[in-house]
Design a protein around this ligand. Structure first.
Ligand SMILES: *[C@@H]1O[C@H](CO)[C@@H](O)[C@H](O)[C@H]1NC(C)=O
Ligand SMILES: *[C@@H]1O[C@H](CO)[C@@H](O)[C@H](O)[C@H]1NC(C)=O
Length: 358
């Protein structure tokens, strides 16, 4: 009995200090490792920022070396004032898919009650806001509003780059007509304003219904004409002329729904800052199929003839043909058509010489 406590005493008097020393050692090792972990994190962070800086630098070098269009790109603001039912959702989707990779912002402009017009105070606020909102530049704004001329709103505002897409006017109206009744595959469960109405476009046209009145064609001209009262007066010749003027002078490029892939290719060639990689994405990705309106019926010859007799169709169609002609003109000078039907971007065809003084 007496020997046992002695053994215990001996054991603890030898072992306890050893255990304590070991514990102290382990504690100091942990501290040391902790310190080097913190150091390592700092180094990784520094490397990350350096890598990021290098990446943006080499981007600029790429623009400089390839002679691609290189505007002072980080101030750029693009406005896509999309016309309803022209494949605009598909196209906006491309911008959303590219914005991270190409480092720009995309913002949807939501106007109360889907109005296509801004009040004069709102025009001023909108122009001031997007001119001064540096944190969101470079930016692509998209929304269903009519063309807005910034230059009359005063000093210190940006000059945005406008782009847009238009479509055969009757096809656009028919698409809109069925969209209101049947919805589409983009938001299939949303109940549309006229859902449940089974009347076909032909039936509607036959009894001169309100939804297929040729006045409803009056949409693409006013969108390009702008915020003037006369723009929204169906059948105005002045509005047509103004729309043509803006299309040529105030839009960078306007594509066609029917040739969306060519529009994407032109944009990639002229605005690589935003659209680099767009052709590839559009050609191969899920965006290659358009948003589809459900149960869209073909329109009869009779209905087409009836529409083509209306003065409003004539003006809208004239505008559409004008835009088409202009787009083909741009396309032809941007690309060479290869034998296999593919388009190839033309290299820069100008250079400078006789530069003096040396
Ligand atoms: C626009 O804003 C309204 C009200 O804030 C909202 O109810 C509506 O869903 C928005 N529209 C879109 C397309 O997000
Ligand atoms: C523009 O409007 C947004 C909100 O709608 C706001 O957050 C932003 O600060 C505004 N920018 C400027 C420069 O006024």
């Amino acid at each position: 009995m007496t020997r046992f406590p002695l053994k215990q005493w001996l054991l603890s008097s030898f072992l306890l200090p050893i255990v304590i020393i070991m514990l102290l050692y382990i504690q100091s090792e942990i501290n040391r490792l902790d310190k080097s972990r913190v150091n390592l994190e700092l180094v990784v962070q520094r490397l990350e920022t350096e890598r990021f800086k290098k990446a943006s630098l080499s981007n600029e070098e790429i623009w400089a070396n390839t002679g691609e269009v290189t505007p002072n790109s980080d101030e750029m603001v693009v406005i896509y004032n999309r016309v309803p039912k022209t494949a605009s959702t598909s196209f906006a989707g491309i911008a959303y898919d590219l914005c991270l990779k190409n480092h720009f912002n995309v913002l949807h402009l939501n106007v109360t009650k889907n109005s296509h017009l801004l009040s004069l105070p709102d025009q001023m606020r909108f122009a001031q806001n997007i001119s001064k909102w540096v944190a969101k530049k470079p930016a692509l704004y998209h929304g269903h509003i009519a063309y807005l001329d910034f230059s009359k709103l005063g000093e210190g505002l940006i000059k945005p780059i406008y782009i847009n897409i238009i479509r055969d006017p009757l096809e656009r109206l028919v698409s809109y007509y069925y969209f209101l009744r049947n919805g589409d595959d983009f938001r299939p469960h949303l109940k549309r304003r006229k859902s449940g109405n089974k009347e076909s476009f032909d039936e509607c046209a036959e009894k001169d219904g309100k939804d297929c009145d040729p006045e409803n064609l009056w949409m693409q001209i006013p969108f390009f004409c702008g915020h003037a009262a006369e723009c929204w007066y169906p059948g105005s010749n002045w509005a047509l002329e103004q729309a043509k003027y803006n299309l040529v002078n105030n839009y960078l490029v306007v594509g066609l729904t029917e040739e969306l892939n060519d529009f994407v290719a032109v944009l990639e060639a002229v605005l690589p800052r935003f659209f680099k990689g767009a052709t590839h994405l559009y050609g191969t990705g899920r965006k290659s199929h358009l948003r589809k309106t459900f149960n869209k019926l073909p329109v009869s010859e009779e209905t087409i003839n009836k529409f083509q007799d209306s003065p409003i169709w004539k003006l809208e169609n004239e505008f559409y043909q004008f835009a088409k002609y202009h787009f083909h003109f741009i396309k032809k000078r941007t690309f060479a058509l290869l034998k296999d039907g593919h388009l190839q971007q033309q290299p820069s065809q100008f250079s400078f010489e006789k530069i003096r003084p040396r």
